[in-house]
Design a binder for this molecule. Structure first.
Ligand code: HH2
Length: 286
């Protein structure tokens, strides 16, 4: 049976193939598209475009977590995210994740119809886990260290794969012990969060070690510095690198691909899935 995410509002994602999560950054300062969709009507238009391009779900965020980013208040996040969520709920039945660490934002967003919480701080803020338990909402727990302002100074690991794996296992256990259904959990190694290029590459190469924990995996490398380090290209020229990295992650078993460039990712997955379908039918016939 493939993993299945069921939202408190009854919407479902059956993760029987790689799913595309379209990024909707409603921030003035995100690293690759800051300010571009910050006004609510631009955010809604962008979200609808990503659905049209083939996104399976959307991730709305009101806080930039790029290295060095400044913190924002819960009120500011709500002012950025909630009008867009509300407009989307009026117009579509799509699966919507909210990229936040703030329990206040989580509560209001779930009330307005959000289906999932994506927390780069793995529900570590006081009150966040209690909100997830009370609503029994799907949650993505991501590995990071420190805060965006200082995280790159904490990229120091003896064995990055083992340390990220242990952290994610402990956080999943913490959620389950508090009463969150294990079926609501998704894990994410947190590419670029307190990690240098060799750490990111080791985690991608050994995705199986994280899959072995038994939860669906989300990966997010879209336009990130690791791709710039490898290709020498600036952030607005990392489309091919982004698609390639996520296609590789899909091949390695990732369930959800968090990307900015949905249309290109959809094309790549179509090719991959067509070949996979032939392989599966060849196996069944033999
Ligand atoms: N990366 C970013 C933000 N949220 N969530 C998960 N689960 N995994 C990630 O890798 C991840 C994330 C950073 O990317 P982006 O949203 O494009 O930039 P910014 O944080 O500057 O808004």
């Amino acid at each position: 049976m493939p993993p299945r995410l069921i939202s408190p509002h009854g919407r479902q994602l059956v993760l029987d193939r790689p799913h595309i999560m379209g990024i909707v950054n409603l921030t003035p300062d995100s690293f690759s598209d800051g300010g571009r969709h910050a006004a609510p009507e631009q955010g809604v238009a962008h979200a609808l475009q990503l659905l049209d391009d083939g996104a399976d779900l959307l991730d709305l965020g009101g806080e930039s977590t790029r290295p060095g980013a400044a913190p924002v208040s819960a009120q500011e996040e709500m002012d950025r995210v909630l009008p867009v969520l509300q407009a989307l709920r009026d117009r579509t039945d799509c699966f919507v994740s909210i990229d936040t660490s703030s329990p206040e934002v989580m509560t209001e967003a779930i009330r307005l119809g959000a289906d999932m919480i994506n927390d780069v701080r793995a529900l570590s803020r006081p009150g966040a886990l209690a909100v997830a338990v009370a609503h029994q909402v799907p949650v993505c727990l991501m590995h990071a260290r420190g805060e965006p302002a200082n995280m790159q100074q904490q990229a120091d690991y003896a064995d990055v794969v083992a340390e990220v794996r242990n952290y994610l296992r402990q956080q999943a256990q913490r959620c389950i012990s508090a009463g969150l259904d294990a079926g609501h959990l998704v894990l994410d190694p947190g590419f670029g969060f307190a990690k240098h290029l060799p750490h990111n590459l080791q985690l991608l190469a050994d995705l199986q070690s994280l899959l072995d924990l038994g939860y669906p995996l989300l990966v997010g490398m879209s336009r990130k510095r690791m791709l710039g380090d490898l290709t020498g290209r600036p952030v607005d020229q990392r489309l091919v690198a982004s698609v390639t990295a996520h296609l590789l992650a899909a091949q390695l078993g990732a369930h959800i691909l968090r990307v900015h460039d949905v249309a290109a990712m959809r094309d790549a997955l179509k090719i991959w899935q067509a070949v996979m379908a032939v392989q599966t039918s060849q196996k069944e016939a033999s």
